[in-house]
Design a protein around this ligand. Structure first.
Ligand SMILES: Cc1cc2nc3c(=O)[nH]c(=O)nc-3n(C[C@H](O)[C@H](O)[C@H](O)COP(=O)(O)OP(=O)(O)OC[C@H]3O[C@@H](n4cnc5c(N)ncnc54)[C@H](O)[C@@H]3O)c2cc1C
Length: 480
């Protein structure tokens, strides 16, 4: 359901119109991620890859689309068998973009694509991919450089990459050459296989126009950014749950930890972080619902512009905060939190990954700057949205004014603008979280968040909270 519910009502799919598909996807992923992170990667790639295939695959070759029935991607039955797609009950999608010389900078991809049949948009790939997670998937989105000579040994000059679909099995029922060279030995996320792969005379079908690969995969990036943020928010929530449970049952110096004033501060601070993250990702999912519902009726609006900037802010900020949050929660369990029998080491090892893949921290910040320049409407949509809650909290008002006055100054030299990209992204993300808490959560929560994240007495570590926070009311919001 996590990979499919958002798309079941797209034109051509079988389900009824569902205005909340992305929100349901978000809720499902949020829960599943707290139980097992490894399986969420292929689910997320399948969720994110589907709209690209839905848009472009049918424009390739009839032979391919007959052998790769798109609707089975939406099946809720996982089929682990290695069989041609049309013999399986469910299909999953992976992606192979990253190469040794560039993951963030995919323009440097050197995998070569030679045209085999122009009418069918069929190409032959030769090259290496440094990262390819879930290599057991049934089809892959791949970036490669189209070559214009027919001598496979001769390299061509650099150009913009194009996007291809590589099915595991060919339309004639034979295996497509796809060599898994090695599985990665990873810090975390170990239950999900990530591999290095080689294409050698691998057949691939062009999606969209030549050299337009980065544009084509934008739809996928929207999905993976949302999912990275949801997954991180879920890790925060599970870490908070574990810390709170422990504090409610463990005694030290004659009192339960939850009754100790200093532990209360730490737990409340973790709660604020988790609630702000959860509120932002769920709101973002509703923006996706509005955007996609509109997009397919060609009616794009302000919400789509807001979604564009909010997805980058959520991906950057929530993923960045997760290692710190999970570490602090781990410490609440004392020594037990460091031991593998508790779930904490696994959560902790999982925490950094969402900030790395699908655009590492700096790359997302630079992307925010670029998109502000290219489509100023998205920043405008953000500002208008934030102005709607003006007057609700003085710290939020001051922070927003500061961002508008200093960080968004039009005459800032571009080098200076770039150097401050993290400052800008952090402030925009914090204001957005605060604005959403003001709208959707009790005032005690939003006041505490604004004071502790945007106010003059904000601390720099968890538990270092300003004095004006309503501790007793917030304690009641802790799990259990
Ligand atoms: C567990 C795991 C699974 C993965 N699975 C897949 C997969 O299935 N498919 C796939 O295609 N990829 C996958 N990746 C790869 C991942 O997407 C890349 O690692 C990521 O995009 C970063 O690319 P890179 O490793 O080449 O780092 P680089 O691009 O070299 O970046 C290194 C650092 O430099 C920073 N940086 C880059 N450019 C700038 C700049 N202009 N200014 C300032 N800082 C900058 C980055 O933010 C980063 O911190 C996976 C990675 C991991 C860890």
């Amino acid at each position: 359901m996590v990979h499919s519910v958002a798309w079941e009502s797209l034109p051509g799919s079988t389900g009824k119109f569902n205005p909340h598909g992305h929100l349901q996807h978000a809720a499902g992923l949020y829960i599943l991620m707290q139980v097992e992170a490894g399986v969420c990667c292929p689910l997320s790639m399948t969720y994110s890859g589907y709209p690209i295939l839905h848009r472009y695959l049918l424009c390739t070759s009839q032979q391919l689309t007959n052998s790769f029935p798109l609707e089975r991607i939406l099946s809720r039955k996982y089929d682990k068998r290695c069989l041609p797609a049309n013999m399986k009950t469910g299909l999953t999608i992976g992606m192979a973009l990253t190469e040794k010389q560039g993951g963030s900078d995919v323009q440097t991809n050197t995998t070569k694509a030679y045209c085999d049949n122009a009418q069918e948009k069929r190409y032959i790939l030769i090259g290496h991919k440094w990262f390819c997670s879930a290599p057991m998937s049934d089809g892959f989105l791949v970036l490669a450089q189209i070559q214009y000579d027919d001598n496979m040994n001769q390299s061509s000059s650099y150009s913009k990459p194009s996007c291809f679909f590589v099915p595991r099995w060919l339309p004639n029922g034979q295996r497509n050459p796809f060599y898994i060279q090695r599985l990665k030995d990873k810090l975390g996320n170990r239950s999900n296989a990530s591999s290095e792969i080689e294409f050698n005379n691998t057949q691939a079908w062009l999606l969209g126009k030549e050299h337009n690969g980065v544009k084509v995969i934008i739809d996928m990036i929207n999905g993976t950014r949302l999912d990275s943020a949801i997954s991180s928010a879920a890790l925060m929530r599970q870490a908070l749950v574990q810390a709170t449970w422990h504090a409610r049952h463990r005694k030290a110096f004659g009192r339960l930890l939850i009754e100790q004033p200093l532990m209360k501060q730490v737990l409340i601070d973790l709660l604020l972080e988790s609630e702000a993250a959860t509120t932002l990702v769920m709101y973002l999912a509703t923006l996706y619902d509005m955007t996609y519902n509109n997009m397919y009726s060609n009616n794009t609006g302000e919400k789509q512009e807001l979604a564009r900037i909010a997805s980058a802010l959520a991906k950057f900020w929530i993923c960045k905060r997760t290692p710190e949050t999970t570490y602090e929660a781990l410490e609440c369990l004392g020594g037990a939190g460091f031991i593998e029998e508790s779930i904490m080491p696994r959560i902790y090892r999982e925490a950094p990954i969402n900030s790395i893949w699908e655009g590492s921290g700096n790359v997302i910040c630079l992307d925010i700057l670029r998109s502000m320049k290219r489509s100023p409407e998205s920043l405008q949509a953000y500002i208008s949205f934030m102005h709607e809650t003006k007057g609700s909290n003085k710290h939020l008002d001051n922070a927003l004014e500061n961002v508008e006055k200093h960080l968004l100054k039009k005459n800032l030299p571009s080098d200076m603008f770039e150097r401050h990209a993290r400052t800008l992204a952090t402030q925009l993300a914090l204001c957005l979280q605060a604005g959403l808490l003001v709208r959707h959560l009790p005032q005690t929560v939003s006041d505490a968040f604004c004071s502790s994240r945007l106010g003059p007495n904000r601390g720099s570590i968890f538990g270092d909270l300003p004095m004006d926070i309503d501790t007793d009311t917030l304690l009641k919001r802790l799990p259990f």
